[in-house]
Design a binder for this molecule. Structure first.
Ligand SMILES: NC(=O)c1ccc[n+]([C@@H]2O[C@H](COP(=O)([O-])OP(=O)(O)OC[C@H]3O[C@@H](n4cnc5c(N)ncnc54)[C@H](OP(=O)(O)O)[C@@H]3O)[C@@H](O)[C@H]2O)c1
Length: 268
């Protein structure tokens, strides 16, 4: 999959100093034990399912373009990362040692047990083949996209009014599903990271029904070099899907938060 580039003009609108934080901005706070934690804005209003380790172990299902790019970036950012590939994939150890050195290969049956945060980075139609029943209580980042030019038309999905991540979340209601990392290309993940506070830093949205899970994913996104934007509930994820306003666009946190708010207003 190749996501469309964005007009440079959008970059020019970025991060003007002195502007207030966008509505969907996460904030960092220092806990009594001195540790720093990402917090969702109070307006998000959903209850959290519990604290996630400050530096979670990350398990990625899918060792393709997105899975390996993410693994590489996460290892660089200091995370412990394991990948489980497709049953058809051979020489995965060799592939991972070359394209994501420092990440390890795990057995799909055990990856969830070994991970605090799981990323599903498999083709949309293959998402039901990951072991959702092992995801109870886990933060699960759904990075998949239903994109008929690539995935073909799936009549049940076409007829379903839920967002694609709500469809996946229903595979295990005890999983703390967050939709994120899906609306930019894997090459953008590699090319566009910038330090926090950079005026041209690009934003990535985080939607999900569990506020603690959203905050945990936001922290990871910040560590990857992007501004996380809190989009609230999982049902708000439509704006991030292919063919919708945030998909493939290069946006600042302010622009992405405004866009998500506008989409919510239209949907209400
Ligand atoms: N490419 C992008 O820029 C981009 C950006 C954001 C999000 N996404 C989304 O992320 C997902 C992955 O995209 P991609 O471009 O990385 O695809 P990809 O290069 O085809 O890689 C996906 C990999 O997942 C494997 N897989 C299938 N079922 C699996 C399972 N149960 N467990 C572990 N691995 C499994 C596939 O193997 P088989 O070939 O054997 O099925 C393939 O090796 C898609 O839903 C896509 O829409 C893509």
């Amino acid at each position: 999959m190749h996501l469309i580039g964005t007009p440079c003009a959008e970059r020019l609108f970025r991060g003007a100093r002195g502007m207030s934080a966008p509505t969907g901005a996460f904030t960092m706070e220092t806990a009594p034990d001195g540790r720093r934690r990402m917090r969702s804005p109070p307006a998000a209003g959903t209850s959290g399912g519990g604290h996630v380790a400050e530096r979670p172990t990350i398990g990625i299902f899918g060792a393709g373009k997105v899975g390996t790019a993410l693994a590489r970036l996460l290892v660089d950012a200091g995370y412990e990362v394991a990948l489980a590939g497709s049953p058809r994939q051979t020489a995965l150890e060799l592939l991972v040692s070359v394209v994501a050195p420092g990440a390890r290969v795990a057995d799909a049956a055990h990856l969830a047990d070994e991970s605090d945060v799981i990323v599903v980075a498999v083709p949309f139609g293959k998402a039901p083949t990951v072991p959702w029943n092992a995801f109870d209580g886990k933060v699960v980042v759904d990075a998949t996209n239903y994109w008929p030019p690539v995935d073909g038309h799936i009549p049940d999905v076409d007829a379903d009014e839920r967002t694609t991540s709500e469809i996946h979340a229903a595979l295990n209601p005890a999983a703390r599903v967050v939709k994120s990392l899906n609306h930019l290309g894997y090459h953008d993940m590699e090319d566009d990271p910038m330090p926090s506070g950079s005026p041209l830093r690009r934003a990535i949205a985080v939607v999900g029904d569990d506020a603690d899970a959203r905050a945990a994913v936001a922290r990871i996104i910040d560590d990857l070099g992007f501004d996380p934007v809190d989009g609230g509930a999982l049902g708000n994820g439509r704006a991030l899907e292919p063919g919708h306003p945030a998909f493939g666009r290069e946006l600042s946190a302010r622009e992405l938060a405004s866009l998500l708010e506008a989409e919510r207003a239209v949907a209400a």
